[in-house]
Design a protein around this ligand. Structure first.
Ligand code: TXA
Ligand code: MG
Length: 323
């Protein structure tokens, strides 16, 4: 497919599944963000996912399944903690990393012997997945380094002509990517914060540890964490509104997003969120909207480091470090 050919947009899971089953690549909604999927038994389609996104080859893809029990088709062995997490959080916004079966190709896992597996809860995603003849490998449906897409229009903006089909759905309910837990060893480890919070994970697997890897370290446990992420063109500045905020300069072409009232007057755009859920839901769309409006700096309030606040902070800090 070349750039002069447009991507087919549909709201029919049947049509979208037909593309995947015939070796195409399809963007689809989930409760976290949009994914860009291909059947794991279609190596050329997997390759096209990497080229459409401009994604580095050493960054593995998450494999999506329609039903929690399907995990046995892609994983050789589940630790007791992995079983507990599947029981509590599948289907939902959690990815677990486990030892892979040989049917999962190295191109999906970037040569690792583990695979990230997720069973989304979104009805549209499951209607698609249950019609696919194999599990579906899917990264987020955005150009590499850009904020993840939380609605189909921004998928089209990034990937029109590069992918075969977009399955349209509602805007993604959560708005941030799934929580990732490494579960292949003895101690489960949180690799990426998300809507399944550390507190919720600890309630059922008390031994879980939070990953101490920083983006600057060379070989983080999750390969994708070493890349620039979630970044709009505008510069991201994180602020704490509960402290005395330093005088903000040049806010004429600046925007603010956060839970508190803006710390100064004169922002071009202000998005005040009533709850953490709303903040997560709005964040990536706001980043993209700010770019459209020519905003040069986005001031973002850092929420407290607990619950969903941990995931929002993670994305804000990575976006701020991307510049
Ligand atoms: O919510 C989500 O997780 C979305 C939807 C579409 O499911 N997907 C998503 O995929 O965010 P992506 O590719 O943007 O992020 C997946 C992350 C990457 O950082 C990647 O390195 C990590 O998961 N990952 C995948 N397989 C892994 C593995 N075997 N071991 C460690 N990390 C892995
Ligand atoms: Mg991504």
């Amino acid at each position: 497919m070349n750039d002069s050919v447009h991507t087919f947009v549909t709201d029919s899971p049947e049509q979208a599944a037909r593309y995947i089953n015939n070796g195409g690549i399809v963007a689809f909604p989930t409760e976290t963000v949009y994914g860009l999927g291909a059947g794991i038994d279609h190596p050329e389609a997997i390759e096209r996912i990497f080229s459409a996104k401009g994604r580095p080859q050493d960054n593995p893809l998450i494999v999506h399944i329609a039903f929690p029990d399907d995990i046995v088709n892609v994983s050789i062995r589940l630790t007791p903690d992995a079983e507990t997490l599947v029981r509590h959080f599948f289907p939902g916004p959690l990815t677990i990393v486990v030892k892979k079966k040989p049917c999962v190709p190295a191109s999906v896992t970037a040569g690792l012997d583990t695979v990230g597996i997720r069973c989304p809860s979104s009805t549209k995603a499951r209607e698609l997945l249950r019609r696919c003849t194999s599990p579906v490998a899917a990264p987020s449906a955005n150009l590499s380094g850009r904020p993840s897409s939380t609605n189909w229009k921004t998928v089209l903006e990034d990937l029109d002509g590069k992918i075969d089909c977009i399955l349209k759905g509602e805007a993604c309910e959560i708005g941030l990517e799934s929580t990732i837990v490494e579960c292949s060893g003895t101690t489960p480890q949180l690799l990426r914060a998300g809507a399944v919070t550390l507190e919720a994970l600890q309630a059922v697997t008390p031994s879980i540890v939070a990953d101490s890897t920083t983006p600057e370290q060379h070989t983080p446990r999750s390969p994708g964490l070493k890349y620039a992420h979630y970044a709009p063109t505008a510069r991201i500045v994180t602020i704490r509104c509960d402290r005395s905020t330093p005088f903000l300069q040049g806010i004429a072409s600046a925007a603010y997003i956060g839970l508190s009232d803006p710390p100064a007057e004169g922002f071009t755009l202000v998005r005040r969120c009533a709850t953490l859920d709303e903040y997560a839901h709005a964040l990536f769309g706001f980043f993209r909207y700010c770019d459209e409006r020519g905003i040069t700096t986005i001031y973002c309030e850092l929420p407290a480091d607990k619950g969903l606040g941990r995931a929002i902070r993670d994305r804000l800090v990575r976006a701020a470090n991307s510049h």
